[in-house]
Design a binder for this molecule. Structure first.
Ligand SMILES: Cc1ncc(COP(=O)(O)O)c(C=O)c1O
Length: 467
């Protein structure tokens, strides 16, 4: 589905694509933009058309908006090219890819302190979004099965998270008919508050979902505190509510940068965890993981069997076919980096985040919300009353003139009045680039400060970033 305004904009373009005369053959048919041409064309021409068009996309190295990997080293690129053709579901045809996926599951289960790392269940997915859907489904089915056993109704499930939850959880609730219960964040506690959790849960709660690395600001939600509050609740009332941890970013950061933080399967209430392999797992887009604490935490009736070496293998996934190459790249990174390598890469990103956030804090107009101490992501706001001539949306547009893509957006309920700007520091964003970014940020601010009057605003908020 295309974005409506982008579709309208495309309709304003000429009906046919324009071909460079060097590629136009004798009697060459026009190339319609929105219809398939009768005849094909030579590979070089097709390549050139697509190649030229994507040159207008942003420069990935200057994209400080995305969490998703934009660079891997040449050996990984080579492996990727060798594995383009592998379909993850063809376990029979590609048994070693299947074995490597299994190995990765157990490596992650071990990293996150599962009590049964070698036998527990887990799967690779297209990203954290699919992983969250699967984890949410498992929570729902587990709750339904328990309620059915007690002869109790199962028609009103709910799920609890903070208002700063990523959109995937809204989707989960919508697509699978579960009532979303948002605990609003506050300026004092801009994350899932244990007291708010206790006020939101009841006998119909399928689970509570804290985030390890909130998308808006990068902050870790207080998982151990929430688990403790739910332990106390169980002691008082007998109500046993499981937790799923959305560790889309933090699952590959906390084990290396904050090894003493207790957030994972060390807490018995944590029944499943998801992570994006394509974020701080350092793999190209298209990879997520979800792991259950123990095999029994994934309801058996959700598991399908696919043929595998004459036997069958349990799978749990929304897709059937999906690329297998990213799984191999994840395993490549595990081998290549080890724990020490992951530590070094994430530590470097964090030192860039700390350097930049400290500099930004010292730049007149800004005030930090986070400084990159959890995941290497930080966010800032414009100081109250600094100027009425420009806002962070204007700054975001101004930074685009230098090529930098930095989103500005409003915080969620109950902080909608606060607009923030966020930088995600990923592998490949070097200290040298950080110095250049800082210089351009200062130039952009100087330009905006020099305006005689307010910037014209078409809409207050839309600057092209959607989160
Ligand atoms: C906390 C959180 N959960 C889920 C997602 C969705 O992840 P993916 O893009 O891997 O589908 C994101 C993406 O930013 C996220 O930050």
């Amino acid at each position: 589905m295309t974005h409506r305004s982008s579709r309208q904009a495309q309709r304003m373009l000429p009906e046919d694509l324009s071909l460079n005369p060097m590629f136009v053959g004798e009697g060459e048919e026009a190339v319609p933009r929105f219809r398939m041409r009768e005849k094909g064309m030579v590979p070089e021409t097709a390549y050139q058309i697509v190649h030229d068009e994507i040159a207008l996309d942003g420069n990935a190295r200057l994209n400080l908006a995305t969490f998703v990997s934009t660079w891997m080293e040449p050996a990984a690129d080579r492996l990727y090219a060798e594995a383009f053709d592998k379909n993850i579901i063809d376990k029979d045809e590609y048994p070693q890819t299947a074995a490597i996926e299994e190995r990765c599951v157990h490596i992650l289960a071990d990293l996150w302190h599962s009590p049964e790392p070698q036998s527990t269940m887990g799967v690779s997915t297209t990203g954290s979004s699919e992983a969250c859907m699967l984890a949410g489904l498992a929570l729902k089915r587990r709750w339904q099965n328990a309620r059915k056993k007690q002869g109790k109704p199962i028609d009103r499930p709910n799920i609890v998270f903070s208002s700063a939850v990523q959109v995937v959880w809204e989707k989960f609730a919508n697509y699978w008919d579960v009532e979303p219960r948002y605990v609003d964040i506050t300026p004092d506690r801009p994350y899932l508050d244990p007291k708010g959790v206790l006020a939101a849960v009841d006998v119909n709660t399928i689970g509570v979902v804290p985030i390890l690395g909130v998308t808006y600001t990068g902050v870790y939600e207080p998982i151990a505190e929430i688990a403790k509050a739910l332990d106390d609740l169980q002691e008082r009332t007998g109500l046993d509510i499981p937790m799923h941890i959305d560790a889309a970013s933090g699952g590959f950061v906390a084990p290396f940068l904050q090894p003493d933080l207790v957030w994972d399967f060390q807490l018995p209430r944590v029944k499943s965890i998801n992570v994006s392999g394509h974020k701080y797992g350092l793999v190209y887009p298209g990879l997520g993981w979800v792991i259950w604490r123990q095999a029994e935490d994934l309801p058996e009736d959700l598991v399908f069997r696919v043929s595998y070496l004459g036997g069958n293998m349990p799978t749990f996934a929304l897709n059937f076919s999906r690329p297998g190459a990213q799984v191999l790249l994840q395993y490549y990174n595990f081998l290549r980096l080890g724990k020490e390598g992951y530590y070094k890469v994430q530590k470097y990103s964090q030192s860039v985040a700390h350097f930049l956030s400290a500099q930004i804090q010292n730049t007149g107009p800004f005030e930090l919300l986070t400084d990159g101490s959890d995941i290497p992501v930080f966010a800032w706001r414009l100081k109250d009353g600094y100027t009425s001539n420009w806002n962070l949306y204007d700054l975001s547009k101004q930074l685009r003139t230098y090529g930098w893509q930095v989103p500005a957006y409003p915080m969620p309920a109950d902080m909608e009045d606060v607009t923030i700007m966020r930088v995600v520091v990923r592998n490949g964003f070097s200290m040298d680039l950080a110095h250049l970014f800082l210089m351009n940020l200062q130039q952009a601010v100087a330009f905006l400060d020099s305006l005689d009057g307010p910037m014209p605003h078409e809409t207050k908020k839309d600057n092209g970033f959607h989160h």
